[in-house]
Design a protein around this ligand. Structure first.
Ligand SMILES: CSCCC(=O)C(=O)COP(=O)(O)O
Ligand SMILES: [Mg+2]
Length: 236
């Protein structure tokens, strides 16, 4: 029995290319100026970045902090201060219409199916909760937030490749681990959910991997049931 579903965004509900070619460059190009223009809003992000650099024994002066955020962005590092900062910068882009969200059409069908079955759907992404809400509020199908019961990110739940993050989420949702279903395109994330005793589904979309190869990355892919879209997961 499925008590709750938790969805990854990039590569699962939505296009990786849209995240990487629309969202990420928008924030990267504006990062330095945005931080300079938003001293109050950026304060916590800069402090967290500085603390992280100190732990790494790296220089932590003002210039080094900005350079680190830019480098993490270039490397697509899933670190909390960068993801928080990107979310704040994207908020302006969503407000002006310069950036939009995206979901694959079958995502909407799957959300309808889970609703019919009475299964609540949550999102767990490296993108901040603020960014996730904006993303689903501005899709090509309109505002989809009403289909989602709640959101988790790496600040609220922890890294996606650590089992403890899934234990925390199950506790927050209030459903036994064995009834939680995590759906992702990355085997390593699913491995972590499985270590927390969750059920798992690997989404390997042809749109994401046109050559037919799996984009699941390293991990124990064979251990997870594989689907080519989300509606097949919902109907399984
Ligand atoms: C709309 S949230 C932006 C997605 C994002 O920032 C990201 O890093 C993708 O992470 P995911 O965990 O969804 O693969
Ligand atoms: Mg993903």
């Amino acid at each position: 029995m499925t008590g709750a579903v938790v969805l990854d965004i990039e590569g699962t509900t939505s296009s990786t290319a849209h995240v990487q070619e629309v969202l990420f460059p928008y924030a990267r190009e504006r990062l330095r100026k945005w931080v300079a223009d938003h001293e109050d809003q950026a304060r916590d992000v800069l402090r967290e970045t500085r603390e992280r650099l100190r732990l790494e024994d790296a220089p932590d002066d003002d210039a080094a902090v900005i350079r680190a955020l830019e480098r993490w962005s270039d490397e697509d590092r899933k670190v909390a201060p960068l993801k928080t900062l990107q979310g704040m910068i994207w908020a302006e882009g969503f407000a002006t219409g310069e950036v939009t969200g995206h979901v694959y059409p079958d995502t909407l069908d799957a959300l309808r199916e889970w609703r019919l079955r009475g299964v609540p759907v949550y999102v767990y992404s490296s993108g901040s909760v603020q960014a996730q809400r904006l993303w689903f509020a501005h899709t090509q199908f309109g505002d989809l937030r009403r289909w989602l019961r709640g959101h988790f990110d790496i600040t609220t739940a922890g890294p996606k490749k650590e089992a403890n993050s899934y234990r925390l989420i199950a506790g927050g949702v209030g459903v036994p681990a064995e009834e939680m279903l995590f759906v992702s395109d990355l085997a390593r994330e699913l491995d972590a959910a499985r270590r927390a005793k969750w059920r798992t589904a690997l989404v390997n979309r042809p749109e994401e991997n046109p050559g037919g190869a799996s984009g699941a990355g390293p991990g124990t892919e064979a251990a997870h049931p594989v689907f080519t879209d989300l509606v097949s997961v919902a109907l399984a």
